[in-house]
Ligand binder design. Structure first.
Ligand code: NAP
Length: 489
Protein backbone atom coordinates (compact mmCIF):
# COMPACT_ATOMS: atom_id res chain seq x y z
CA UNK A 1 0.00 0.00 0.00
CA UNK A 2 1.16 3.52 -0.75
CA UNK A 3 2.11 5.55 2.25
CA UNK A 4 3.52 8.65 0.60
CA UNK A 5 2.82 11.85 2.50
CA UNK A 6 2.99 15.10 0.76
CA UNK A 7 1.28 18.32 1.77
CA UNK A 8 0.76 19.22 -1.89
CA UNK A 9 -0.89 15.91 -2.66
CA UNK A 10 -1.94 14.34 0.62
CA UNK A 11 -2.93 10.72 0.58
CA UNK A 12 -6.70 10.49 1.01
CA UNK A 13 -8.61 7.38 1.96
CA UNK A 14 -12.33 7.38 1.26
CA UNK A 15 -14.44 4.85 3.10
CA UNK A 16 -17.42 3.61 1.12
CA UNK A 17 -18.26 3.55 -2.59
CA UNK A 18 -21.84 4.72 -2.41
CA UNK A 19 -23.27 7.98 -3.67
CA UNK A 20 -20.99 10.08 -1.44
CA UNK A 21 -17.80 8.08 -2.06
CA UNK A 22 -18.18 8.25 -5.85
CA UNK A 23 -18.84 11.97 -5.58
CA UNK A 24 -15.72 12.47 -3.46
CA UNK A 25 -13.48 10.77 -6.02
CA UNK A 26 -14.84 12.94 -8.81
CA UNK A 27 -14.44 16.14 -6.83
CA UNK A 28 -10.97 15.30 -5.50
CA UNK A 29 -9.76 14.70 -9.03
CA UNK A 30 -11.37 17.89 -10.23
CA UNK A 31 -9.47 19.74 -7.48
CA UNK A 32 -6.19 18.21 -8.68
CA UNK A 33 -5.70 15.51 -6.04
CA UNK A 34 -4.18 12.30 -7.36
CA UNK A 35 -3.27 10.25 -4.33
CA UNK A 36 -6.48 8.67 -3.13
CA UNK A 37 -8.22 5.34 -2.82
CA UNK A 38 -11.68 4.09 -1.88
CA UNK A 39 -12.18 1.09 0.37
CA UNK A 40 -15.51 -0.61 -0.07
CA UNK A 41 -16.48 -3.64 1.98
CA UNK A 42 -18.89 -5.03 -0.60
CA UNK A 43 -18.12 -6.32 -4.06
CA UNK A 44 -20.07 -3.59 -5.82
CA UNK A 45 -20.59 0.14 -5.53
CA UNK A 46 -23.95 1.77 -4.83
CA UNK A 47 -24.33 1.89 -1.04
CA UNK A 48 -27.97 1.96 -0.02
CA UNK A 49 -29.13 1.19 -3.58
CA UNK A 50 -26.93 -1.88 -3.69
CA UNK A 51 -28.19 -3.07 -0.31
CA UNK A 52 -31.89 -2.37 -0.70
CA UNK A 53 -33.35 -4.50 -3.46
CA UNK A 54 -36.76 -5.18 -1.90
CA UNK A 55 -39.77 -5.23 -4.22
CA UNK A 56 -40.95 -1.67 -4.80
CA UNK A 57 -37.68 -0.03 -3.71
CA UNK A 58 -37.64 3.52 -5.02
CA UNK A 59 -36.57 6.98 -3.96
CA UNK A 60 -39.31 9.31 -2.80
CA UNK A 61 -37.15 12.32 -3.65
CA UNK A 62 -37.86 13.31 -7.28
CA UNK A 63 -35.34 11.62 -9.60
CA UNK A 64 -34.12 14.84 -11.19
CA UNK A 65 -33.23 16.13 -7.73
CA UNK A 66 -31.73 12.85 -6.62
CA UNK A 67 -29.00 13.33 -9.24
CA UNK A 68 -25.51 14.82 -9.08
CA UNK A 69 -25.78 18.48 -10.14
CA UNK A 70 -22.92 18.00 -12.60
CA UNK A 71 -24.33 14.84 -14.14
CA UNK A 72 -27.99 15.34 -15.02
CA UNK A 73 -29.81 12.30 -16.30
CA UNK A 74 -32.27 13.04 -19.09
CA UNK A 75 -33.04 9.32 -19.20
CA UNK A 76 -34.86 9.01 -15.84
CA UNK A 77 -37.87 6.95 -16.82
CA UNK A 78 -40.19 8.25 -14.09
CA UNK A 79 -40.64 11.10 -11.67
CA UNK A 80 -39.58 8.88 -8.76
CA UNK A 81 -36.91 6.45 -9.87
CA UNK A 82 -36.73 2.82 -8.82
CA UNK A 83 -33.80 1.60 -6.77
CA UNK A 84 -32.52 -0.38 -9.72
CA UNK A 85 -32.53 2.65 -12.00
CA UNK A 86 -30.68 4.68 -9.37
CA UNK A 87 -28.11 1.90 -8.94
CA UNK A 88 -27.56 1.90 -12.72
CA UNK A 89 -27.15 5.69 -12.65
CA UNK A 90 -24.35 5.45 -10.07
CA UNK A 91 -22.68 2.63 -11.97
CA UNK A 92 -22.78 4.68 -15.17
CA UNK A 93 -21.42 7.80 -13.48
CA UNK A 94 -18.63 5.77 -11.88
CA UNK A 95 -17.69 4.36 -15.28
CA UNK A 96 -17.87 7.71 -17.05
CA UNK A 97 -15.65 9.39 -14.44
CA UNK A 98 -13.25 6.46 -14.26
CA UNK A 99 -13.93 5.91 -10.57
CA UNK A 100 -13.76 2.10 -10.62
CA UNK A 101 -9.95 1.77 -10.81
CA UNK A 102 -9.54 3.57 -7.48
CA UNK A 103 -12.04 1.42 -5.59
CA UNK A 104 -10.77 -1.56 -3.65
CA UNK A 105 -13.79 -3.81 -3.31
CA UNK A 106 -14.24 -6.49 -0.64
CA UNK A 107 -12.06 -4.40 1.63
CA UNK A 108 -13.56 -3.36 4.92
CA UNK A 109 -11.85 -0.70 6.98
CA UNK A 110 -11.58 -2.19 10.46
CA UNK A 111 -9.85 0.67 12.19
CA UNK A 112 -8.42 4.15 11.71
CA UNK A 113 -5.95 5.29 14.34
CA UNK A 114 -4.30 8.72 14.33
CA UNK A 115 -0.61 8.36 15.12
CA UNK A 116 2.26 10.76 14.49
CA UNK A 117 0.17 13.02 12.32
CA UNK A 118 -1.28 10.33 10.08
CA UNK A 119 -4.14 7.88 10.01
CA UNK A 120 -3.13 4.23 10.25
CA UNK A 121 -5.76 2.00 8.76
CA UNK A 122 -6.24 -1.70 9.36
CA UNK A 123 -8.15 -3.44 6.60
CA UNK A 124 -10.29 -6.53 6.71
CA UNK A 125 -7.99 -8.38 4.34
CA UNK A 126 -5.19 -8.13 6.87
CA UNK A 127 -3.41 -5.33 5.06
CA UNK A 128 -2.72 -1.79 6.25
CA UNK A 129 -2.67 1.66 4.77
CA UNK A 130 -1.67 5.13 5.86
CA UNK A 131 -3.56 8.30 5.07
CA UNK A 132 -3.17 12.01 5.66
CA UNK A 133 -6.88 12.53 5.27
CA UNK A 134 -9.78 10.14 5.81
CA UNK A 135 -13.20 10.85 4.37
CA UNK A 136 -15.91 8.61 5.78
CA UNK A 137 -18.63 8.22 3.17
CA UNK A 138 -20.06 5.22 4.92
CA UNK A 139 -23.76 6.09 4.87
CA UNK A 140 -26.41 6.76 7.46
CA UNK A 141 -29.20 4.18 7.23
CA UNK A 142 -26.82 1.36 6.65
CA UNK A 143 -26.83 -1.01 9.59
CA UNK A 144 -30.04 -3.09 9.59
CA UNK A 145 -31.94 -3.13 12.84
CA UNK A 146 -33.58 -6.50 13.30
CA UNK A 147 -36.20 -5.95 15.98
CA UNK A 148 -35.95 -8.19 18.98
CA UNK A 149 -38.89 -10.46 18.17
CA UNK A 150 -39.19 -13.39 20.55
CA UNK A 151 -39.04 -16.71 18.74
CA UNK A 152 -37.88 -15.27 15.41
CA UNK A 153 -35.55 -18.17 14.87
CA UNK A 154 -38.32 -20.67 15.61
CA UNK A 155 -40.12 -19.54 12.46
CA UNK A 156 -40.03 -22.45 10.00
CA UNK A 157 -40.62 -20.28 6.92
CA UNK A 158 -38.09 -17.90 5.46
CA UNK A 159 -37.41 -14.57 7.12
CA UNK A 160 -35.04 -11.74 6.29
CA UNK A 161 -34.51 -8.02 6.92
CA UNK A 162 -35.81 -5.74 4.17
CA UNK A 163 -32.25 -4.63 3.36
CA UNK A 164 -31.10 -8.24 3.01
CA UNK A 165 -33.81 -9.42 0.64
CA UNK A 166 -33.43 -13.08 -0.29
CA UNK A 167 -34.41 -13.18 -3.95
CA UNK A 168 -34.11 -16.96 -4.01
CA UNK A 169 -37.29 -17.18 -1.94
CA UNK A 170 -40.37 -17.45 -4.16
CA UNK A 171 -43.28 -15.22 -3.22
CA UNK A 172 -45.93 -16.08 -5.73
CA UNK A 173 -48.79 -17.95 -4.12
CA UNK A 174 -47.21 -17.53 -0.66
CA UNK A 175 -48.45 -16.02 2.57
CA UNK A 176 -46.18 -13.08 3.26
CA UNK A 177 -45.97 -10.98 6.42
CA UNK A 178 -44.15 -7.66 6.79
CA UNK A 179 -43.28 -6.21 10.19
CA UNK A 180 -43.06 -2.42 10.31
CA UNK A 181 -44.76 0.51 8.64
CA UNK A 182 -41.83 2.76 7.72
CA UNK A 183 -41.11 4.00 4.18
CA UNK A 184 -39.64 0.61 3.34
CA UNK A 185 -42.61 -1.50 4.45
CA UNK A 186 -45.03 0.86 2.70
CA UNK A 187 -43.19 0.49 -0.61
CA UNK A 188 -43.07 -3.30 -0.16
CA UNK A 189 -46.81 -3.36 0.53
CA UNK A 190 -47.65 -1.51 -2.68
CA UNK A 191 -45.38 -3.80 -4.70
CA UNK A 192 -46.46 -7.14 -3.24
CA UNK A 193 -50.13 -7.20 -2.33
CA UNK A 194 -51.33 -8.38 -5.70
CA UNK A 195 -48.47 -10.80 -6.26
CA UNK A 196 -48.87 -13.04 -3.23
CA UNK A 197 -51.63 -15.26 -1.93
CA UNK A 198 -51.98 -13.38 1.36
CA UNK A 199 -50.26 -10.26 2.61
CA UNK A 200 -50.22 -9.24 6.28
CA UNK A 201 -48.77 -5.92 7.40
CA UNK A 202 -47.93 -5.84 11.11
CA UNK A 203 -48.34 -2.26 12.28
CA UNK A 204 -47.15 -1.12 15.69
CA UNK A 205 -47.70 2.56 14.98
CA UNK A 206 -49.86 4.07 12.25
CA UNK A 207 -48.18 6.39 9.79
CA UNK A 208 -49.19 9.63 8.15
CA UNK A 209 -49.02 9.19 4.40
CA UNK A 210 -48.43 12.14 2.10
CA UNK A 211 -50.07 11.65 -1.28
CA UNK A 212 -47.78 11.92 -4.27
CA UNK A 213 -48.17 11.74 -7.99
CA UNK A 214 -45.75 9.51 -9.80
CA UNK A 215 -45.72 8.91 -13.51
CA UNK A 216 -43.43 7.86 -16.33
CA UNK A 217 -41.63 10.44 -18.39
CA UNK A 218 -42.70 10.00 -22.00
CA UNK A 219 -40.05 9.31 -24.66
CA UNK A 220 -40.75 12.83 -26.00
CA UNK A 221 -40.09 14.38 -22.59
CA UNK A 222 -36.86 12.43 -22.25
CA UNK A 223 -35.73 13.47 -25.72
CA UNK A 224 -36.50 17.08 -24.83
CA UNK A 225 -34.44 16.77 -21.61
CA UNK A 226 -31.56 15.27 -23.58
CA UNK A 227 -31.54 17.92 -26.30
CA UNK A 228 -32.02 20.94 -24.07
CA UNK A 229 -30.21 20.90 -20.73
CA UNK A 230 -32.00 24.05 -19.61
CA UNK A 231 -35.21 22.01 -19.36
CA UNK A 232 -33.68 19.83 -16.63
CA UNK A 233 -32.25 22.90 -14.91
CA UNK A 234 -35.68 24.52 -14.86
CA UNK A 235 -37.28 21.35 -13.51
CA UNK A 236 -34.64 21.08 -10.80
CA UNK A 237 -35.27 24.65 -9.70
CA UNK A 238 -38.99 23.99 -9.52
CA UNK A 239 -38.59 20.69 -7.63
CA UNK A 240 -36.06 22.21 -5.30
CA UNK A 241 -38.44 25.01 -4.37
CA UNK A 242 -41.18 22.50 -3.75
CA UNK A 243 -39.03 20.25 -1.56
CA UNK A 244 -37.40 23.08 0.36
CA UNK A 245 -40.37 25.37 0.91
CA UNK A 246 -43.06 22.78 1.40
CA UNK A 247 -41.17 20.00 3.20
CA UNK A 248 -37.66 20.73 4.42
CA UNK A 249 -38.38 24.14 5.93
CA UNK A 250 -41.75 23.00 7.25
CA UNK A 251 -40.48 20.08 9.34
CA UNK A 252 -38.13 22.33 11.30
CA UNK A 253 -40.99 24.70 12.19
CA UNK A 254 -43.72 22.64 13.81
CA UNK A 255 -46.11 25.60 14.03
CA UNK A 256 -45.63 26.90 10.51
CA UNK A 257 -48.46 27.20 7.94
CA UNK A 258 -46.44 24.88 5.67
CA UNK A 259 -46.54 22.22 8.37
CA UNK A 260 -50.29 22.71 8.72
CA UNK A 261 -50.58 22.19 4.95
CA UNK A 262 -48.71 18.87 5.18
CA UNK A 263 -50.99 17.74 8.00
CA UNK A 264 -54.05 18.71 6.01
CA UNK A 265 -52.84 16.86 2.90
CA UNK A 266 -52.14 13.69 4.92
CA UNK A 267 -55.48 13.89 6.68
CA UNK A 268 -57.40 14.34 3.43
CA UNK A 269 -55.48 11.44 1.93
CA UNK A 270 -56.62 9.19 4.77
CA UNK A 271 -60.22 10.43 4.84
CA UNK A 272 -60.74 10.28 1.09
CA UNK A 273 -58.89 7.11 0.23
CA UNK A 274 -59.67 4.64 3.00
CA UNK A 275 -63.25 3.54 2.55
CA UNK A 276 -63.78 1.17 5.49
CA UNK A 277 -64.21 3.28 8.66
CA UNK A 278 -62.72 0.57 10.88
CA UNK A 279 -59.60 0.30 8.74
CA UNK A 280 -59.45 4.10 8.53
CA UNK A 281 -59.30 4.36 12.32
CA UNK A 282 -56.62 1.69 12.50
CA UNK A 283 -54.58 3.72 10.01
CA UNK A 284 -55.12 7.04 11.81
CA UNK A 285 -51.98 8.10 13.70
CA UNK A 286 -52.27 9.68 17.14
CA UNK A 287 -49.34 12.06 16.73
CA UNK A 288 -48.59 14.94 14.39
CA UNK A 289 -47.86 14.37 10.70
CA UNK A 290 -44.13 14.31 9.82
CA UNK A 291 -43.14 13.70 13.45
CA UNK A 292 -41.87 10.40 12.12
CA UNK A 293 -40.23 10.58 8.71
CA UNK A 294 -43.08 11.32 6.31
CA UNK A 295 -44.22 8.49 4.11
CA UNK A 296 -44.78 9.51 0.50
CA UNK A 297 -46.88 7.07 -1.44
CA UNK A 298 -49.19 7.29 -4.42
CA UNK A 299 -50.91 4.01 -3.65
CA UNK A 300 -50.37 2.62 -0.15
CA UNK A 301 -53.97 3.15 0.96
CA UNK A 302 -55.21 1.44 -2.19
CA UNK A 303 -52.78 -1.44 -1.64
CA UNK A 304 -53.74 -2.08 1.97
CA UNK A 305 -57.41 -2.29 0.90
CA UNK A 306 -56.60 -5.03 -1.62
CA UNK A 307 -58.56 -8.23 -0.93
CA UNK A 308 -55.28 -10.08 -0.29
CA UNK A 309 -54.12 -7.60 2.29
CA UNK A 310 -54.68 -7.43 6.02
CA UNK A 311 -53.50 -4.74 8.40
CA UNK A 312 -52.69 -6.36 11.73
CA UNK A 313 -52.70 -3.94 14.63
CA UNK A 314 -52.71 -6.42 17.50
CA UNK A 315 -49.27 -6.39 19.06
CA UNK A 316 -46.91 -9.23 18.24
CA UNK A 317 -46.44 -11.65 21.10
CA UNK A 318 -43.89 -13.99 19.55
CA UNK A 319 -43.01 -16.00 16.50
CA UNK A 320 -43.43 -19.72 16.26
CA UNK A 321 -42.85 -22.33 13.57
CA UNK A 322 -46.01 -21.52 11.64
CA UNK A 323 -46.00 -17.76 11.88
CA UNK A 324 -46.68 -14.75 14.08
CA UNK A 325 -48.74 -15.10 17.25
CA UNK A 326 -50.32 -11.81 18.25
CA UNK A 327 -51.24 -10.88 21.81
CA UNK A 328 -54.92 -11.56 21.14
CA UNK A 329 -53.91 -15.23 20.79
CA UNK A 330 -54.33 -15.41 17.01
CA UNK A 331 -51.78 -17.26 14.91
CA UNK A 332 -51.00 -15.56 11.60
CA UNK A 333 -49.72 -18.41 9.46
CA UNK A 334 -46.99 -17.32 7.08
CA UNK A 335 -44.52 -18.74 4.56
CA UNK A 336 -42.29 -15.68 4.38
CA UNK A 337 -41.67 -12.92 6.92
CA UNK A 338 -39.99 -9.61 6.09
CA UNK A 339 -38.54 -7.74 9.02
CA UNK A 340 -38.76 -4.10 7.86
CA UNK A 341 -37.81 -2.69 11.23
CA UNK A 342 -35.37 -0.06 10.05
CA UNK A 343 -31.74 0.75 10.71
CA UNK A 344 -29.34 1.69 13.50
CA UNK A 345 -29.17 5.35 12.59
CA UNK A 346 -26.60 6.10 15.32
CA UNK A 347 -23.82 3.85 14.03
CA UNK A 348 -22.28 5.77 11.12
CA UNK A 349 -18.75 4.49 10.50
CA UNK A 350 -18.90 2.09 13.42
CA UNK A 351 -18.22 -0.82 14.05
CA UNK A 352 -14.90 0.41 12.61
CA UNK A 353 -12.70 1.53 15.49
CA UNK A 354 -11.69 5.17 15.10
CA UNK A 355 -9.12 6.69 17.44
CA UNK A 356 -8.09 10.32 17.29
CA UNK A 357 -5.31 12.17 19.07
CA UNK A 358 -3.90 10.38 22.10
CA UNK A 359 -5.92 7.23 21.40
CA UNK A 360 -9.24 9.03 21.96
CA UNK A 361 -11.87 6.47 20.97
CA UNK A 362 -14.80 7.67 18.84
CA UNK A 363 -17.02 5.14 20.56
CA UNK A 364 -16.21 6.86 23.86
CA UNK A 365 -16.60 10.37 22.45
CA UNK A 366 -19.99 9.36 21.06
CA UNK A 367 -21.07 7.36 24.12
CA UNK A 368 -24.08 9.65 24.73
CA UNK A 369 -24.89 10.54 21.16
CA UNK A 370 -23.03 10.85 17.87
CA UNK A 371 -22.19 14.47 17.07
CA UNK A 372 -20.00 16.44 14.74
CA UNK A 373 -19.43 20.08 14.00
CA UNK A 374 -21.66 20.90 11.02
CA UNK A 375 -22.04 17.13 10.69
CA UNK A 376 -18.56 16.67 9.28
CA UNK A 377 -15.71 17.19 11.74
CA UNK A 378 -15.01 16.02 15.30
CA UNK A 379 -12.60 17.72 17.74
CA UNK A 380 -9.34 15.79 18.20
CA UNK A 381 -9.96 13.74 15.06
CA UNK A 382 -7.78 15.76 12.70
CA UNK A 383 -8.18 15.43 8.94
CA UNK A 384 -11.06 13.03 9.48
CA UNK A 385 -14.19 14.18 7.71
CA UNK A 386 -17.63 12.70 7.33
CA UNK A 387 -20.21 12.97 4.59
CA UNK A 388 -23.77 12.74 5.83
CA UNK A 389 -22.41 12.34 9.32
CA UNK A 390 -24.37 12.96 12.54
CA UNK A 391 -26.71 15.96 12.83
CA UNK A 392 -26.85 16.64 9.12
CA UNK A 393 -30.01 17.37 7.18
CA UNK A 394 -30.89 13.71 6.75
CA UNK A 395 -34.51 13.11 5.92
CA UNK A 396 -35.29 16.65 4.85
CA UNK A 397 -33.32 17.18 1.67
CA UNK A 398 -31.82 15.26 -1.23
CA UNK A 399 -28.80 13.60 0.34
CA UNK A 400 -26.92 14.12 -2.91
CA UNK A 401 -27.22 17.88 -2.62
CA UNK A 402 -26.08 17.67 0.97
CA UNK A 403 -23.05 15.58 0.10
CA UNK A 404 -22.11 17.96 -2.72
CA UNK A 405 -22.11 20.90 -0.31
CA UNK A 406 -20.13 18.92 2.24
CA UNK A 407 -17.48 17.79 -0.23
CA UNK A 408 -17.04 21.40 -1.35
CA UNK A 409 -16.56 22.42 2.28
CA UNK A 410 -14.12 19.61 3.05
CA UNK A 411 -12.06 20.51 -0.01
CA UNK A 412 -11.73 24.02 1.39
CA UNK A 413 -10.46 22.58 4.68
CA UNK A 414 -8.03 20.37 2.79
CA UNK A 415 -6.84 23.41 0.87
CA UNK A 416 -5.49 24.71 4.18
CA UNK A 417 -3.26 21.67 4.42
CA UNK A 418 -2.32 21.83 0.78
CA UNK A 419 -1.39 25.48 1.06
CA UNK A 420 0.93 24.59 3.93
CA UNK A 421 -1.08 26.60 6.48
CA UNK A 422 -1.33 23.57 8.74
CA UNK A 423 -0.84 19.83 8.73
CA UNK A 424 -3.86 18.95 10.85
CA UNK A 425 -7.32 20.46 10.92
CA UNK A 426 -10.41 19.58 12.94
CA UNK A 427 -13.31 21.42 14.52
CA UNK A 428 -12.42 23.05 17.82
CA UNK A 429 -14.03 21.80 21.02
CA UNK A 430 -15.57 25.22 21.67
CA UNK A 431 -17.13 25.58 18.22
CA UNK A 432 -18.49 22.04 18.38
CA UNK A 433 -19.96 22.59 21.83
CA UNK A 434 -21.61 25.85 20.73
CA UNK A 435 -22.94 24.20 17.59
CA UNK A 436 -24.34 21.22 19.46
CA UNK A 437 -25.98 23.33 22.18
CA UNK A 438 -27.62 25.55 19.56
CA UNK A 439 -28.70 22.49 17.56
CA UNK A 440 -30.29 20.81 20.57
CA UNK A 441 -32.10 24.01 21.60
CA UNK A 442 -33.37 24.62 18.08
CA UNK A 443 -34.53 21.03 17.59
CA UNK A 444 -37.30 21.62 20.14
CA UNK A 445 -39.10 23.65 17.46
CA UNK A 446 -38.96 20.84 14.92
CA UNK A 447 -41.89 18.58 14.24
CA UNK A 448 -39.77 15.56 15.29
CA UNK A 449 -39.94 16.82 18.90
CA UNK A 450 -43.72 16.80 19.11
CA UNK A 451 -44.14 13.46 20.84
CA UNK A 452 -43.58 10.35 18.75
CA UNK A 453 -40.83 7.76 18.52
CA UNK A 454 -38.63 7.70 15.45
CA UNK A 455 -35.11 7.04 14.26
CA UNK A 456 -34.56 10.81 14.26
CA UNK A 457 -34.39 10.80 18.05
CA UNK A 458 -31.32 10.00 20.07
CA UNK A 459 -31.46 8.09 23.35
CA UNK A 460 -32.46 11.28 25.17
CA UNK A 461 -35.33 11.92 22.78
CA UNK A 462 -33.52 14.79 21.04
CA UNK A 463 -33.77 14.86 17.24
CA UNK A 464 -30.37 14.18 15.73
CA UNK A 465 -31.14 15.87 12.43
CA UNK A 466 -30.26 19.40 11.25
CA UNK A 467 -32.92 21.60 12.87
CA UNK A 468 -32.48 24.74 10.76
CA UNK A 469 -33.54 25.72 7.27
CA UNK A 470 -32.03 24.62 4.00
CA UNK A 471 -30.85 28.19 3.37
CA UNK A 472 -28.90 28.12 6.61
CA UNK A 473 -27.24 24.85 5.67
CA UNK A 474 -26.37 26.18 2.22
CA UNK A 475 -24.94 29.38 3.74
CA UNK A 476 -22.87 27.46 6.31
CA UNK A 477 -21.44 25.24 3.59
CA UNK A 478 -20.22 28.08 1.38
CA UNK A 479 -16.93 28.58 3.25
CA UNK A 480 -15.53 27.28 6.54
CA UNK A 481 -15.26 29.76 9.38
CA UNK A 482 -11.67 28.91 10.05
CA UNK A 483 -11.82 30.27 13.59
CA UNK A 484 -14.08 27.30 14.36
CA UNK A 485 -11.25 24.92 13.48
CA UNK A 486 -8.14 23.98 15.32
CA UNK A 487 -5.18 24.03 12.98
CA UNK A 488 -1.94 22.39 14.02
CA UNK A 489 1.51 22.27 12.45
P1 NAP B 1 -38.23 2.84 9.94
O1 NAP B 1 -38.79 4.05 9.33
O2 NAP B 1 -37.31 2.99 11.07
O3 NAP B 1 -39.46 1.90 10.30
C1 NAP B 1 -39.30 0.77 11.08
C2 NAP B 1 -40.65 0.18 11.35
O4 NAP B 1 -40.48 -1.01 12.10
C3 NAP B 1 -41.57 1.09 12.15
O5 NAP B 1 -42.87 1.00 11.65
C4 NAP B 1 -41.47 0.51 13.55
O6 NAP B 1 -42.60 0.73 14.34
C5 NAP B 1 -41.35 -0.96 13.23
N1 NAP B 1 -40.77 -1.71 14.33
C6 NAP B 1 -39.54 -1.57 14.87
N2 NAP B 1 -39.36 -2.44 15.86
C7 NAP B 1 -40.51 -3.14 15.96
C8 NAP B 1 -40.96 -4.17 16.82
N3 NAP B 1 -40.17 -4.66 17.79
N4 NAP B 1 -42.20 -4.66 16.63
C9 NAP B 1 -42.99 -4.17 15.67
N5 NAP B 1 -42.65 -3.19 14.84
C10 NAP B 1 -41.41 -2.68 14.98
O7 NAP B 1 -37.43 1.95 8.84
P2 NAP B 1 -37.55 1.93 7.25
O8 NAP B 1 -38.95 1.81 6.82
O9 NAP B 1 -36.58 0.93 6.76
O10 NAP B 1 -37.09 3.37 6.82
C11 NAP B 1 -35.95 3.97 7.38
C12 NAP B 1 -35.68 5.25 6.64
O11 NAP B 1 -35.07 4.91 5.39
C13 NAP B 1 -36.90 6.05 6.26
O12 NAP B 1 -37.42 6.81 7.28
C14 NAP B 1 -36.32 6.89 5.14
O13 NAP B 1 -35.58 7.97 5.64
C15 NAP B 1 -35.38 5.91 4.47
N6 NAP B 1 -36.07 5.33 3.32
C16 NAP B 1 -36.24 6.16 2.28
C17 NAP B 1 -36.91 5.70 1.19
C18 NAP B 1 -37.08 6.65 0.07
O14 NAP B 1 -37.95 6.43 -0.75
N7 NAP B 1 -36.30 7.73 0.00
C19 NAP B 1 -37.41 4.40 1.14
C20 NAP B 1 -37.21 3.57 2.23
C21 NAP B 1 -36.53 4.05 3.33
P3 NAP B 1 -42.75 2.05 15.27
O15 NAP B 1 -43.12 3.16 14.31
O16 NAP B 1 -43.81 1.70 16.21
O17 NAP B 1 -41.42 2.28 15.92
Amino acid sequence: MTTATNARDPRVVIIGAGMAGILTVIKLREAGYENFIVYEKADRLGGTWRENTYPGVACDVPAHLYTYSFEPNPGWTRMFASGQEIQEYFENVAKKYDVLPVIRFNTEVKSCVFENGQWQLALGNGRHDTADVVIAASGVLHHPHVADLPGLNEFAGKWFHSARWDHSVPLEGKRVGVIGTGSTAIQITSALVNKVAKFELFQRTAQWVMPMVDREYSPEERTAFASDASKIDALRVELNHMMIDRIANAVVAADSPEMAAIEQACLENLEKNVRDPVLREKLRPNYRAACKRLIFSPDFYEAIQHPNAELVTDAIDHLEAKGVRTKDGRLHELDVLVVATGFRADRFIRPAVVKGRGGLDLDHVWKDRPFAYLSLSIPEFPNFFMLNGPNGPVGNFSLIQIAEFQVGYILQLMAEIRAGHCREISASREATKRFDEARIAESKKAIWSTGCKSWYLDQFGVPASWPWTYARFEAEMQAPKLEAFERVG
